[in-house]
Structure formats: structure tokens, C-alpha cells
Design a protein around this ligand. Structure first.
Ligand code: GLY
Length: 564
């Protein structure tokens, strides 16, 4: 596999200046004595440091970065969406996931996106308020600040409020996102007013001002979760959603709660892996694939065999995702079995090094619903060693495209992450699993995989957006870490992906050599080039070297800084 060298749009001079001006100290017991933040937008990374500099810890900084991303990267996440924050508290080594995943409204039902013949109507679960689950991000921020932070919520929201009120000049990524969603945004007056420029896709130089969103953030900051899920914001959200054909009620918002969950924990060749549990499939699929791969010496395998084995491991792990995973509040998850090395050993027996196994030859074929490939990720470590890996989403780029009236809140289209028609092919020819069917109050299955890696000497914090490809990207990052490389390499590594069905390996141009492509085709794999994808944000703390390094994916516009 080759490392891609894509043009980097952010300026690394700030990082190098900080590293030169503040050389890393000898590491003492405890934290790294420096802090690092990697996020998808320089203003979000700066917001995190602003809060650290005001006495906040990594969890306060996580509130600031999450809220800033909601304002400055509206294509990926926002108050109208949800996500998962993986935390490690240095004082007691507590590791926990805050599950702020959206829930299906109480009036949702399994045939809500089907026509009279029982076929999915894709636009219904993708555009407009009917596509939106009940947001979890605001509750996540309130919970983080109250239980783990040092600062009042409002203080940590200040940088985001400022950017929303004063506006900021958007980058190319925003312009492209809006262009691709222009028609949907124009359908909804509040969306067009904010994101378009006189009803047209904006041009370079456009300043995005979001005064209503600033006011919603203020109400959240002043009243905590009640400032979003009750009172003025809640009333306006429900009114706007229902007037535009949605089904939310005040009860949906009042009842929404984040859930604290134990992360999925496992080992790969001496590396401790900590990742997201259901309702994300991330941790289980990641560990299952790593368990399958653990018996092979990938580092010394020839590249064709190496990529073939990774693809075959993904085929099996993603198949189990489709068959068995969903919201643990609604379905029994065989998590212990799927992450057990013995189970992986059983799967490995059927992997041949000389031939690909067509997915249709695996029984009980089901297939994932296609997932939005936007979302966002950030990684943080503070001077005390508190860690956060957070992946946040509104699903597709700019979510449902629907801003709820005067709240300024852009709603998600996360309902599309459910299997909208279990057992039947959807508009993409895919069949979803029963475990992930729509039920009132249920969390839709996710692939978000905020992850910590740990050896005796090294700590890594990583994750990425990218829909179902999130897990295979993190897998490639883990394998690169295992081979001794640093975060600049993990975020740059050329990517390829297989998800069981469709039975295709998609790969970034340049990630596989012509020889490897020919070799994989000879083994029976079908390959398809895709556009570059993902936007990984990663941190490495090398304890013996006293080194803290942060890296932002060269495919994106992010910023990764490490400083005192
Ligand atoms: N909406 C993307 C995910 O949850 O994986």
C-alpha cells in the first residue's frame, strides 16, 4: 500500500512554530505536559485551545470543538445531529463513551419510507424534516460539561457563539457541499436564507453568519439540556418540523437522553484497542477484523497477499454488522462472540490466500443500507493526559438540508442509517438487516469509530468521517500504527474498502499499485476506483520520547496543533 501525497490545504507552519517555540519537555509521570487538538477546521481547533487556555480540560475543549464544528463545518455535524465522544479521564483512567446518537421519533414506524408496493422512497429518508432523528449532540455537550468538565457550559460554547454571530469566510469544502445540496436547501426558506447567497450557491469570499444558531447555542449554554429540549428552542423545533411535514413532538425532545456506555476493548498484537460500542458498529467490526488479521504477519507479507487478507477480514466483519448489530436497547447484540479471538479463528479457517470468496457464497446474505459519507471527527489530549476522540454527524453532507425555523438548527438525515426496508432491496439494490429496522425511540446503527490505541510507550487517538468506510479507514490506521508509523502516515495512508455487499473493493486512486490491482483481480476481487475519501484527525503521544504529534488528513481543510 502506498502513502498518498495529496495537496495539503492547511498551513502547517503554525504547528512547526509551536513545536520549535515550545520544545517538548521530558515527560514526567502523568500527562504529556503539552496539549494537542486535531480537527476538521482551524477555527474549531483554535476554539479548543482557547478553552484549554482558560483553564478548561480536554472535556471542556471537546465541548468547544464540537460546538465550533457545528458552526464552521455545517456539512459534517451540528446541534441538529448526534455523535459519540470516547473519553479517558487521566485521574482515574476511566474510559467511557458518551452516546449522543439520534433516536427515531416516537411516531416513527417501519414502513414510513416505503411506497404502496413496499419499495423505499429514498428522498423521504434523506431530505427534509421527515428524515431527521431526534438530535443528541446538544444533550451530549451539556452532559460532557456537567459531568466531566471544569468550566460552565456557556463559557465553552463562547467561541462557537462568536463565530455564529460574527460569521466567518467559508472555504472550498463548504462551497462544494452547498453546491451539491443547493436544490434541497432552496426548498426550505430558513435553509436558503442562511446557507445560500441570494438563493444561489455562494462564491469564494462568502461569509457565513448564523445569528439564530448563536441564539440557540446561548439558550443551551444558559439552561443546559433544557435550553434545547424544553422551552423556546424545543417549541420552535417542533413547530417548524411539523409545519414542513415532519413527525416530531415535544415528548420526543423531552425524552431524549444521552447514554454512558462501556467502550469495546480488545487487543491486536500487543496494542490495546478502545472503540465505540453499539449502537455504533465501529468497535465490534474493527475488533473482529483485527482478530482475524492477528494471526498473519501482514508487515512481511507481499502487498497483494496483505491487501487480500485485509479485504477478506473486512468481508466477514461487515457481514456480521449487517446480520447482528443495532441499538442494544432493542436487540440482543452478540458482542462477546463477535469480538472473541476464537470466533475470529473459526472465520480465518475459511480464508484462502489464493482466492477471494464471493460474498454471495456466505450464507444469510444481508447488506447494509448505504450511509452518508460526511460526518466529522476530532481528537484531543490535554496537559494532564485526559483524552477525547469524538465522531459527530448529521449523516449526509448538510444533513436533511432543513433548518428548523428560527432556531438556525440544521437537522440531520440520520433516519437513513436505519434499514428502511429490512429483507427487501432498497433503491440502491441493497437489503438491510432486521436488527436495524426502524422502531420508535430506537437509535439507528452507526459506523462512527472514535478510537484509542495504547501500548506501553505509545498512545494514539484517532477517527474519521466516511459512512460505512469509517471502520475500514480506522482499521488501516491501526495497522499503520502497528507497523510503527506516526500520525502523519495514518492520516495519509492510501485507502481501500470492502463491506461485504456490494462485493466490490473500492480504492482511492494511487492507493494500490497497478501490480497489486492486477494481483487482486487475479484472486477474484472486483475493484473500483473512487474519489479520495475520509478526513482523519489523529494524535500520538510517545511517552519515552516525550513527544506529542498531531496530524490532520491531507484530503481535508483541518488543523492539527500540539503546543504547551
Ligand atoms: N451517519 C454516519 C454514521 O453514523 O456512521
Amino acid at each position: 500500500m502506498k502513502t498518498l501525497h495529496l495537496p495539503k490545504q492547511i498551513n502547517f507552519s503554525v504547528l512547526w512554530f509551536c513545536l520549535l517555540a515550545f520544545p517538548p519537555p521530558i515527560t514526567l509521570a502523568g500527562g504529556p505536559r503539552m496539549a494537542a487538538i486535531a480537527s476538521a477546521h482551524p477555527l474549531a481547533t483554535a476554539a479548543g485551545f482557547e478553552i484549554l487556555d482558560q483553564g478548561g480540560n480536554a472535556f471542556d475543549a471537546a465541548v468547544a470543538v464540537s460546538a465550533a464544528l457545528a458552526v464552521v463545518e455545517p456539512s459534517g455535524s451540528g446541534l441538529g445531529g448526534g455523535g459519540f465522544w470516547l473519553l479517558k479521564r487521566a485521574a482515574d483512567d476511566k474510559e467511557i463513551i458518551i452516546d449522543g446518537r439520534e433516536t427515531a421519533p416516537l411516531a416513527a414506524h417501519s414502513s414510513m419510507y416505503l411506497d404502496a408496493q413496499g419499495n423505499p422512497i429514498p428522498a423521504l429518508s434523506l431530505d427534509g424534516p421527515l428524515a431527521a432523528g431526534i438530535p443528541g449532540l446538544p444533550a451530549g455537550l451539556a452532559h460532557l460539561a456537567k459531568k466531566y468538565g471544569r468550566l460552565p457550559l456557556l463559557k465553552s460554547l463562547r467561541p462557537a457563539i462568536r463565530h455564529a454571530e460574527l460569521g466567518f469566510e467559508v472555504g472550498d469544502y463548504y462551497l462544494r457541499s452547498v453546491q451539491s445540496k443547493e436544490a434541497t436547501l432552496r426548498r426550505f426558506p430558513a435553509s436558503a436564507e442562511i446557507f445560500l447567497d441570494h438563493d444561489a450557491a455562494p462564491k469564494p469570499g462568502f461569509r457565513l453568519v448564523q445569528k439564530d444558531l448563536a441564539a440557540s447555542l446561548k439558550r443551551l449554554g444558559q439552561a443546559g439540556r433544557a435550553g434545547f429540549y424544553s422551552g423556546e428552542t424545543a417549541a420552535e423545533l417542533v413547530k417548524a418540523v411539523r409545519e414542513a411535514g415532519g413527525i416530531w413532538t415535544r415528548e420526543d425532545l423531552e425524552k431524549y437522553r444521552v447514554v454512558e456506555r462501556q467502550p469495546i476493548i480488545g487487543q491486536y498484537r500487543g496494542i490495546r484497542i478502545v472503540s465505540a460500542p453499539p449502537p455504533s458498529s465501529g468497535g465490534i467490526v474493527l475488533l473482529e477484523a483485527l482478530n482475524i488479521l492477528a494471526a498473519y504477519d501482514l508487515q512481511h507479507a507481499d502487498p497483494i497477499t496483505r491487501e487480500h487478507l485485509i479485504i477478506e477480514a473486512e468481508r466477514r466483519a461487515y457481514r456480521d454488522r449487517d446480520l447482528s448489530l443495532g441499538d442494544p436497547g432493542f436487540v440482543e447484540i452478540p458482542g462477546k462472540q463477535l469480538t472473541s479471538p476464537d470466533y475470529a479463528a473459526g472465520l480465518r479457517v475459511a480464508i484462502r490466500t489464493d482466492r477471494a470468496l464471493p460474498s454471495e457464497n456466505l450464507s444469510d446474505a444481508a447488506s447494509p443500507a448505504p450511509q452518508g459519507d460526511n460526518t466529522t471527527h476530532f481528537s484531543i489530549i490535554d496537559r494532564q493526559g485526559n483524552q477525547v476522540a469524538a465522531t459527530l454527524s448529521i449523516n449526509q453532507s448538510l444533513g436533511s438540508g432543513f433548518v428548523a425555523g428560527g432556531t438556525g438548527v440544521l437537522l440531520n438525515d440520520e433516519m437513513d442509517d436505519f434499514a428502511v426496508s429490512p429483507g427487501k432491496p432498497n433503491a440502491y439494490g441493497l437489503v438491510g438487516g432486521n436488527a436495524n429496522k426502524i422502531e420508535p425511540g430506537k437509535r439507528m446503527l452507526s459506523s462512527m469509530s472514535p478510537t484509542f490505541l495504547q501500548t506501553e510507550d505509545r498512545v494514539a487517538i484517532l477517527g474519521t468521517p466516511g459512512g460505512s468506510r469509517i471502520i475500514s479507514m480506522v482499521l488501516l490506521g491501526v495497522l499503520d500504527f502497528a507497523e510503527g508509523h506516526g500520525p502523519q502516515s495514518w492520516v495519509s495512508v492510501g485507502r481501500f474498502h470492502h463491506q461485504y455487499l456490494p462485493d466490490i473493493v473500492d480504492y482511492e486512486p494511487g492507493s494500490l499499485t497497478a501490480e497489486v490491482i492486477r494481483g487482486l483481480e487475479k484472486l477474484g476481487h472486483k475493484l473500483k476506483a473512487s474519489k479520495p475519501y475520509g478526513n482523519m484527525q489523529a494524535i500520538l503521544w510517545d511517552k519515552p520520547k516525550g513527544l506529542l504529534e498531531a496530524a490532520s488528513d491531507p484530503r481535508g481543510e483541518g488543523a492539527a496543533w500540539a503546543r504547551q
